[in-house]
Design a protein around this ligand. Structure first.
Ligand code: NAX
Ligand code: K
Length: 525
């Protein structure tokens, strides 16, 4: 699903009206109609019921007047409460307002009076329509608008938000002061970033994207992001050839582990196996090898000389270089530790390894000591998987800087260093060096526990080894990781979920997304 910024939508409206000659009034009529249909469809109301419509002074309010007229024509009782003086309403909104019977419209601009005036009517409403602010919201919601938002949220009846729940910033998804919690949001032409990014996503309810007559090519050509869903991801997944053998699914090499962090190495190797690799080799400090032999079964381990230290040093570099031929992808980082000699090893590998490469965890921290070392990378297919703290270290910025605009941050870094970037968090952002951006739609807060990142690294290196290109491997890997966690949540809830639970659900995640064709399920002649 395509998702665009609020400013992009404003530009699309402008182009539709000014360059394609589509009257704004016509777009508004379609917008109101789509909302009315959603009221009938989503709430199952077609016969006469009661609607309470809160309207602001802009075009979002204008959509509200169209809805009011259409519902009145369908035999509904409608109250429109406008939080502005009559003479502040202009343009298309004013034209639609003039068509409403004056008895259905109230104006309220004095703070403190809303509840007293309308509590009773609100309590009798079957649906509340929130047409206060749309993409034009430009500051904190305060005063009478805040009172209205609070009344709407407390009313206890279904709420339909027009375009975006009032109070949610259409591009960042932030709550500007306070915001409506909608049951259903009907938006126009394309979903907005504010609908899918948190906390906006929590306020949006079910999202309906309605065509209001903005030319499809304008929407297609508009800059935006891809929101990853089960349907879009299923299209990327490849079916297995019936004659396949393990050589078809890649041999991934993972360089990982240090004393105290053998779990990270094991989780990433076992995840690569569960993500579908033909073969997985795990290269670890020699003194830890006996432990990892036990923690991994299907993956092979290679002990690298560590003089008993429990961490890898650059003296392991020739041995790792010797392992690269015949491998299809490489992951560096899970549980490596940050000994200066390990940092030197990571940098040496970055300079020489010429195969698809994932750098995670301590691998990232090694890079972060001078991110310019990324400019010396040999491979043209490099994936970095930072969480916000690691991203901040990579950029020499604060976590607040990163979180302030995750998409812009990820795009800037990916373009500057020619890498694919997975910026983890609730709604992980995936960016290719050319700026192509995806937002993940799977996952849950149960994933906020140690080892989840190691699982993701194993999945991504596996998919790269299976021959998926970097952007596909990142999109697939991030979605499947979250989706497997959603399956765990369905089984045992979110609290206490661990990384091992998620990796065990990976085959089920694939199976749900791409069910086996019936004829493949049992032996066939
Ligand atoms: N031609 C178009 O542009 C179309 C616009 N449509 C609707 O129009 C909306 C955008 O309309 P507008 O650009 O008029 O903007 P809005 O209707 O979203 O609201 C902006 C108005 O509220 C005021 N405002 C902003 N923040 C405020 C705050 N915190 N407190 C108090 N007042 C505040 C602004 O000064 C402005 O007058 C869309 O979301 C959509 O619902 C649809 O009718 C489709 C066509
Ligand atoms: K709204």
């Amino acid at each position: 699903m395509k998702v665009i910024a609020a400013q992009t939508m404003q530009e699309l409206d402008r182009q539709a009206i000014q360059e394609h000659g589509i009257p704004g009034l016509e777009l508004m009529e379609h917008a109101g109609h789509a909302c009315m249909e959603a009221i009938f469809h989503e709430f199952g109301y077609s016969g006469g019921k009661r609607a309470f419509i809160f309207a602001g002074r802009g075009n979002n309010g204008g959509d509200g007047y169209v809805i009011a007229r259409l519902l009145l024509q369908s035999g509904w009782q409608v109250r429109v409460c406008i939080l502005a003086e009559r003479d502040r309403i202009c343009g298309d909104a004013a034209i639609n307002l003039e068509q409403l019977p004056p008895a259905a419209v109230s104006y309220c601009t004095v703070p403190g009076q809303l509840a007293g005036q309308f509590q009773e009517e609100l309590s009798q409403a079957d649906v509340i329509v929130d047409a206060l602010f749309g993409t034009g919201l430009n500051s904190e919601v305060v005063g009478i608008h805040q009172e209205a938002v609070e009344l709407i949220n407390a009313a206890g009846c279904p709420i339909l938000a027009v375009d975006i729940p009032s109070g949610i910033h259409g591009t960042s998804g932030r709550v500007l002061g306070c915001a409506v919690r909608a049951t259903v949001t009907v938006t126009f032409a394309a979903a907005k970033l504010g609908h899918v990014l948190y906390p906006g996503a929590d306020h949006t309810g079910r999202l309906v994207v309605a065509d209001i007559g903005i030319p499809a090519e304008l929407v297609e050509n508009a800059s935006g992001c891809e929101f990853l869903t089960a349907e879009s991801i299923a299209l990327l997944l490849r079916r297995r050839d019936r004659q396949a053998h393990k050589g078809h699914f890649g041999h991934s090499l993972i360089v990982a582990g240090s004393r105290g962090k053998t779990g990270a190495a094991a989780l990433s190797a076992n995840s690569a196996v569960r993500a579908g690799s033909g073969l997985v080799t795990l290269a670890v400090p020699e003194s830890l090898n006996p432990i990892l032999e036990v923690k991994t079964t299907e993956a092979m381990t290679v002990p690298l000389a560590d003089s008993g230290s429990g961490y890898l040093t650059d003296s392991a570099f020739p041995a790792i270089e010797g392992l690269l031929p015949g491998k299809d992808a490489l992951a560096i980082g899970p549980g490596l530790g940050l000994h200066p000699a390990t940092v030197a090893l990571v940098r040496a590998l970055l300079k020489t390894a010429d195969l698809p490469l994932v750098i995670d965890a301590d691998g990232l921290n090694a890079v972060a000591q001078d991110a310019n070392c990324l400019l010396d990378k040999k491979s043209t297919h490099v994936v970095l998987t930072p969480h916000p703290g690691e991203m901040a270290r990579l950029m020499g910025a604060t976590i607040a800087d990163v979180e302030n605009d995750r998409i812009a941050t990820a795009r800037k870094f990916a373009a500057a260093f020619g890498v694919h970037l997975i910026l983890k968090g609730s709604r992980t952002i995936i960016v290719a060096p050319d700026g192509s951006t995806a937002i993940n739609g799977s996952g849950n807060p149960g994933m906020a526990s140690g080892g989840m990142g190691d699982v993701l690294t194993g999945i991504i290196v596996s998919l790269l080894g299976q021959g998926y290109n970097c952007h596909d491997a990142c999109r697939l890997g991030v979605f499947i990781h979250g989706y497997a966690a959603d399956l765990v949540a369905q089984d045992k809830g979110e609290i206490g979920m661990n990384a091992g639970d998620v990796l065990e659900k990976l085959p089920y995640a694939y199976h749900n997304l791409l069910p086996l064709p019936k004829e493949n399920s049992v032996c066939r002649p």
